[in-house]
Write a protein that binds this ligand. Structure first.
Ligand code: NAD
Length: 488
């Protein structure tokens, strides 16, 4: 092992107040490599008292962190990014193992996390408020940003390093103490990045990491009265429960939830280009993206040609974690079983599985990339997010029909259109009900300085990251300065 390599402990501890501690109840659960089902380590199975200790540590450290000038907080984040970048290979190796990814993808994700951290480190030199005129003479108005206090962060497992970065770094630059509840399937990389940040100069207790199950540690963090802002990335079903709990407490809340993203193929599209992007959109990261292409709305006149090309390309997809592979496994056995059930259900209601639809191999949690046609738009498989490599094909008559089907759906995260017409591209981009639209590529394409999120059941109106994330993690305060001309 290289001297800078952190060995993954056999029992992954929490990081609370700068100390590595097991769950107080002594319990743990297994972290498995989804590529082969092998155990990587055991993980602290925290409960409410561990979460309470982490919130107390964050609260204790927060006042001094908030009193550190934002510019200086940014310097510390820059140091943390240098340290994370220096150990990117080590973190990427952990991501590749715990999430079952290619090293190329894992490296890219760690690079994305560092970019995000550098962006927010730079925001320490800005953290803009505004100055505004007053209606009263000799009065000067301004707004300043102040930290919320303690930020409770809960993340999903699909892209562990960016998921960590998108929430932790904006929360820190705003001067909050942080308690992160890691995703149960990918806790190792979060623990590593937090430890490295601390070793690079982040004061102890400012960033606390608690592992555990959603219903136990996650729920405890949501319910804790000492958490001033809660930010959650995960499924719409869990997000709805969290919103109810936060609503009762009037707790500030940001929800980044699911998608069932439409991918429109017009009759003037470059079909080979569209098929290439359809595969990337639906299958890369094993379809485990909130922004994955899911509902393929294809003009009737090119439907058969697009379908046949997509089936051929789907059958060429190589499953595995080597760098020449196209897609890896889904995150766990339960997710795989859910998808196989959903596919069987759709089949029993008349849909046709024209590619894939079955498990690949025995050891890992692989689903063959799947193409389904003939499902009704109102069918469960058309309405429910699967979070796996499953493309559903629908025929549409024309542009208006495509737009209607794209919008007639509970989700609104991302959308894309393939067309050579600037009129269609612009009209679609404006009219589709989505937080992000893409022309002639995949349904995704987020960058750390851009806001991400969507309307309808894809969230609750907030946007992260980008400067918009500063609105989640800070409170605005108005300051009115009054000058007395008599005293001049
Ligand atoms: P999930 O909702 O099951 O779990 C997400 C996180 O919430 C995990 O850390 C889990 O432990 C925790 N959790 C579960 N139940 C909880 C509870 N009762 N209280 C508090 N926390 C709880 O989601 P998942 O299957 O892990 O992730 C996939 C989902 O995440 C998909 O719906 C996907 O679209 C969404 N997602 C959204 C974005 C976005 O930016 N909009 C990004 C990535 C993933």
């Amino acid at each position: 092992m290289r001297p800078d390599m952190t060995e993954i402990p056999s029992l992954l501890p929490n990081l609370i107040g700068g100390e590595e501690v097991p769950a107080k109840n002594g319990l743990s659960f297994a972290n498995l490599n989804p590529h082969n089902g092998n155990e990587i380590c055991r993980v602290a199975r925290s409960e409410a008292d561990d979460v309470a200790a982490a919130v107390a540590a964050a609260r204790a450290a927060q006042a001094e962190w908030a009193a550190t000038p934002a510019v200086r907080r940014g310097h510390i984040l820059h140091q943390a990014m240098n340290a994370i970048e220096a150990r990117a290979e080590e973190i990427a190796t952990a991501v590749a193992r715990e999430a079952g990814k290619r090293m190329a993808d894992s490296r890219g994700e760690v690079g994305g996390a560092v970019q995000c951290g550098r962006f927010f480190a730079g925001e320490g030199q800005r953290l803009f408020g505004r100055t505004m005129p007053s209606g009263t003479p000799n009065k000067y108005n301004m707004t300043v940003r102040q930290p919320c206090g303690v930020a409770g962060l809960i993340i999903a497992a699909n892209t562990p390093a960016p998921n960590f970065a998108w929430k932790v770094f904006p929360a820190l630059i705003c001067g909050n103490g942080v308690v992160l509840k890691t995703a149960e399937d990918t806790p190792v990389s979060s623990w590593m990045m937090a430890k490295i940040a601390e070793e690079a100069g982040l004061p102890k207790g400012v960033l606390n990491v608690v592992h555990g199950l959603g219903a136990e540690a996650g729920q405890a963090l949501v319910d804790h009265p000492g958490v001033d802002v809660l930010s959650f990335t995960g499924s719409t079903a869990v997000g709805r429960r969290i919103a109810e709990a936060c609503g009762r407490q009037l707790k500030k809340l940001s929800l980044e939830l699911g998608g069932k993203n439409p991918f429109v193929v017009c009759d003037d599209a470059d079909l080979d280009h569209a098929v290439k992007w359809a595969c990337l959109s639906a299958y890369s990261n094993a379809g485990q993206r909130c922004a994955a292409g899911s509902r393929f709305l294809v003009f009737e006149s090119v439907y058969e040609e697009f379908r046949d090309k997509l089936i051929a390309a789907t059958e060429q997809q190589k499953a595995g974690v080597e760098d020449e592979c196209d897609l890896g496994p889904v995150i766990n056995e339960r997710q795989l079983a859910n998808m196989l059930n959903a596919i069987e259900g759709a089949k029993s209601r008349g849909a046709k599985i024209v590619a894939g639809g079955h498990r690949l191999g025995e050891a890992g949690f692989y689903l063959a990339p799947t193409v389904i046609e003939g499902a009704e738009p109102a069918d469960e498989i058309s309405q429910t997010e699967l979070f796996g490599p499953v493309a559903k094909l629908y025929r549409v008559r024309d542009f208006a029909h495509a737009l209607e089907m794209a919008n007639d759906h509970p989700y609104g995260l991302t959308a894309c259109i393939h067309t050579r017409s600037v009129d269609r591209a612009l009209a679609f981009s404006h009219a589709v009900q989505a937080g992000a639209t893409v022309v002639n590529a995949g349904t995704y394409g987020s960058e750390p300085h851009m806001p991400f999120g969507g309307p309808k059941q894809s969230g609750n109106g907030s946007r992260e990251p980008g400067t918009e994330a500063l609105d989640v993690y800070s409170e605005l305060k108005d300051i009115y300065l009054n000058v007395d001309p008599a005293k001049l």
